[in-house]
Design a protein around this ligand. Sequence first.
Ligand SMILES: [Zn+2]
Ligand SMILES: [Zn+2]
Length: 161
Amino acid sequence: MSPFSFPQLVAQPVANSPDSSATPLAPPTAEAVKFVPAHLKLTGEDAGLDCPSCNAATQLAEAGEFLVVACPQCFGFFSQSRNFNSIIEGVRKRYRGIESVQPLDAAQLRVARTCPACQNRFETHAYAGPGTTVVDSCANCRTVWLDGGELERIERAPGRR
Ligand SMILES: [Zn+2]
Ligand SMILES: [Zn+2]
């Protein structure tokens, strides 16, 4: 078994909104601020898992009001399945930019990656909601992995917000 535990992770308090006066988690490094997409706020705290995409050490990060595990190098992130739809809803609601659709990269469905928490193989799916993208999930940990850029595709896709 991995020492990593998602339930402990989400039990930690997280600020409810960017305007919250609650004490924020450790501020991201200047370098992280420079590159991190708007929807992920890296905390700088090591999550104890290697990125399933690029093998960099992942960090705890905030995605809206949820705590996730994110890669500071490729910006992929790992969330609990039960939080995934809420994370997407929040990101889509906040988006005010131009809508766009990109073709599904079907080759992504055949990329076999390993869940960094339990070492099971991820299952790949074409995401059923807005945005033509591929999501990886671990049925064992009940987690979802999105590669860097995939949340942006979902965010920008036309449809109800
Ligand atoms: Zn990575
Ligand atoms: Zn797993």
